[in-house]
Structure formats: C-alpha cells, structure tokens
Design a protein around this ligand. Structure first.
Ligand code: HEC
Length: 149
C-alpha cells in the first residue's frame, strides 16, 4: 500500500516536471526565431533581385537592405548554448566550436547589406546590382561552413 502510494506520488511528480518543461516552451524560441528571420531575409533578397532583373528603381529597397544589416548584427545572439539541437535546426556544431568565425561571417553579411542600403539610398542601380551579388556571396560563405544541407 505504502509502496503504491510512493509510486503514485513519483508519477504525479514526474507529470508535474513534464508540465513544467512544457510550460517553459511557449517562451522565446531562438531556433524558430532565427529560421523565420532567415526566411524573411530570403524573401527580401528575392525582391531586390527582381528589382535588378527588371531594372526598377532601387531606392525603395534602402530600408529593406538596412533591415538585413541590422538583423545580421543580431543574428549570432540567436544561437545560444543548447540551441544546437531540436526543432529540426540545421545549425552545425561548428558555430559553437568556431564562434569567432561565425560572428565574422555575420559581420561581413551585415557590412555588405549596409553598403547595399547606402547604394539604394543613392539610387545607384548598377552598383546596387553588383553589391547584391556580394551580399549573396556572404550567405553562401556562412552556409558552407555553419549550416547543414
Ligand atoms: C553568419 C552565418 C549566416 C549568414 C551570413 C547567412 N545565413 Fe542563412 N542560415 C545560417 C544558419 C546557421 C542557418 C540554420 C538555422 C537553423 O536551422 O537553426 C541558416 C538558415 C537559413 C535559411 C533556412 C531557414 C529555415 O526556415 O530553416 C535560409 C532560407 C537562409 N538561411 C537564407 C540566408 C540568406 C538569403 C542569407 C544572406 C542574405 C543568409 N542566409 C545569410 C547562417 C547564415
């Protein structure tokens, strides 16, 4: 009888621990946040490519490019310890092994996007087109080393 009570109590406590873990889950989720952000970055990138292809004025993209610059500045903070697994993340362990390299790639992407924003502000279509390719290159550089396929 006493043993059954102990088991029942253990089960209740285990259930509470599980509920506690679930209750914590709806808070800030760095993996989903960074993945959603990257999808938005991609949409912005495609939009700017379309502008280049169709030779549209690039000035309206100054804010978009600056947003990518700001996002990439914050990007490494969305990879806290422990966010290397779960939720289908494609972040590679290299991010935590070579933090400096990862932060440098993010800084390069941010700088490229900032320059793109300034060229947009100046409405310099040809230079904007060339710089968009530079920005695209910074995506590939980081993905190659730090993102799983
Ligand atoms: C500093 C490194 C870095 C840079 C720069 C970078 N990415 Fe990524 N990107 C990542 C990592 C790491 C992931 C995987 C995130 C995860 O799954 O947790 C990722 C994921 C993505 C994804 C998938 C998102 C999802 O829903 O799973 C897309 C799309 C993407 N990046 C696009 C881009 C584009 C476009 C650029 C350039 C404008 C870019 N990235 C620049 C590191 C980078």
């Amino acid at each position: 009888m006493r043993r059954q009570t102990t088991i029942a109590l253990a089960l209740v406590l285990a259930g509470m621990a599980g509920a506690g873990a679930r209750a914590a889950a709806p808070g800030f989720d760095p993996i989903r946040t960074r993945q959603a952000g990257q999808d938005l970055v991609t949409g912005s990138f495609i939009g700017m490519r379309q502008a280049v292809i169709h030779r549209l004025p690039v000035k309206p993209y100054a804010g978009t490019a600056m947003a990518i610059a700001k996002w990439m500045q914050q990007f490494p903070t969305l990879f806290p310890a422990g966010s290397d697994r779960g939720d289908n993340t494609k972040a590679l362990p290299a991010i935590w092994k070579d933090r400096a390299g990862f932060e440098k790639d993010a800084a390069n992407a941010s700088a490229a996007a900032r320059k793109l924003a300034l060229l947009a502000r100046a409405d310099n279509g040809p230079a904007f087109a060339a710089q968009l390719k530079v920005l695209g290159g910074t995506c590939g550089t980081c993905h190659k080393q730090f993102r799983a396929r």
